[in-house]
Design a protein around this ligand. Structure first.
Ligand code: NAD
Ligand code: WQD
Length: 344
């Protein structure tokens, strides 16, 4: 059966409205998913969210219908296929996954069951319901620790932890589904996501550098730098920090690409192409918060690659997407959301 094509028409506000189609967003109540849900709603698309709310709350879906379901349970494919048919779903954005590297090292089988099993169940449902367009949340964790200035999608993918492995396997599954039954998938390998598109959609977890620095400052403690003897300009690790709103826009570009193009499978880095060191991020937090920030240097954290920065040529060339926001905007928006979440 041929996929249902969206009906495009011009919106008075200059936004392209899409009719007669609905996007299913797994993990749509989460940090990144809630941004994509809001952008889709803003351009007039119907959205249905599937989330087990294990790491989120229902108030982040902007009133979109919410199917509360763990994707990894045996009953998931049937339930998902029924929802897809009933709601006229024509494409899926798949965020729902466990994302903590350390936890994945401690509980590898559970990570495989959740992330690989959840993705397998979703693909079974999509095949059953005839839904053939998928944007999949992959990660720079698929690369492991590449010794290159800029990481390209066609370079080696050698993940060094179970979390990264589950993402690479997810990509393989989408490729195989493309061959088997015509799935068209865009696998987006996010680099370091931070910031907030709106103050009510911040990253509430304290798992990554920017919120970890906020947390320490709030407690009156000095931010911690994990190692300053790396082979980088200031000795601290370099990452590619991408604003979550820019990242969310990349998903819309990918959906539009899938609707317009018959290419069966693709992988895209989503980053800025620019690196920032831990010390530069800490300094940017000091500027955004007005706090006197004097970090303390501790031991290296196991498994941290010295440098991980995206080559963004493919996504710019193919999807016409590139990041607009800089580190100051990322940190400032994250700080606003952090304060909003604490009612200040
Ligand atoms: P998040 O935890 O805020 O969002 C994930 C959402 O999925 C949550 O709402 C959670 O309740 C839900 N969920 C998790 N497992 C589920 C399951 N088995 N069934 C149903 N719902 C489930 O995380 P996020 O930061 O928004 O990340 C979204 C996606 O992006 C994930 O796949 C993650 O691996 C990937 N990613 C994130 C980053 C990052 O820096 N945040 C970087 C690279 C890739
Ligand atoms: C960034 C840098 C730390 C906290 C992880 C996952 C990756 C992806 C994004 C999902 C590192 C240093 C941190 C602190 C520090 N997630 N740091 N002091 O490790 O690059 O990537 O999140 O796909 O898969 O591995 O991100 O934010 O944890 O750390 O010095 O208090 O900041 O050592 O160099 P990371 P991060």
């Amino acid at each position: 059966m041929a996929p249902v094509r969206p009906v495009l028409r011009d919106h008075p506000a200059g936004i392209t409205r899409v009719g007669a189609m609905s996007v299913l967003v797994t993990g749509g109540a989460g940090y990144i998913g809630s941004h994509v849900v809001r952008l889709l709603q803003q351009r007039g698309q119907d959205v249905v969210v599937v989330d087990d709310l294990s790491n989120s709350t229902a108030d982040r879906t902007g009133g979109a219908p919410l199917v509360q379901l763990d994707l990894a349970v045996d009953a998931a494919p049937e339930r998902l296929a029924a929802e897809m048919r009933e709601r006229g779903v024509t494409s899926v954005v798949h965020f729902a996954a466990r994302k903590q590297v350390g936890e994945s090292v401690a509980r590898p089988a559970w990570y495989w069951k959740q992330n690989v099993g959840g993705t397998a169940n979703l693909l079974l449902a999509m095949e059953e319901a005839g839904v053939r367009e998928l944007v999949f949340s992959s990660s720079a964790a698929t690369y492991g620790a590449p010794d290159v200035e800029l990481v390209r999608e066609d370079g080696p993918a050698e993940p060094i932890n179970p979390y990264g492995q589950t993402k690479l396997v997810g990509e393989w599954m989408t490729r195989a589904a493309g061959r088997a039954w015509g799935l068209r998938a865009a696998n987006l390998r996010y680099f370091n996501v931070a910031g907030a598109g709106w103050p009510d959609l911040g990253d509430v977890a304290v798992m990554n550098l920017v919120p970890m620095v906020f947390d320490r400052l709030e407690r009156g403690e000095a931010p911690v730098v994990f190692g300053d003897d790396y082979p980088t300009p200031d000795g601290t690790c370099v990452r590619d920090y991408v604003h979550v709103l820019d990242l969310a826009k990349a998903h819309l570009a990918a959906l539009d690409h899938l609707a317009a193009d018959e290419r069966p499978h693709d992988v895209f880095n989503v980053g800025t192409g620019r690196g920032a060191s831990v010390l530069e991020v800490v300094e940017a937090v000091g500027a955004a918060t007005g706090a006197a920030v004097e970090p303390v240097v501790r031991e290296r954290r196991a498994g941290d690659p010295p440098r991980l920065v995206a080559d963004v040529g493919r996504i710019r060339g193919t999807l016409g997407w590139s990041a607009e926001e800089d580190l100051t905007s990322i940190v400032t928006s994250a700080w606003q959301a952090w304060q909003a979440a604490r009612g200040r």
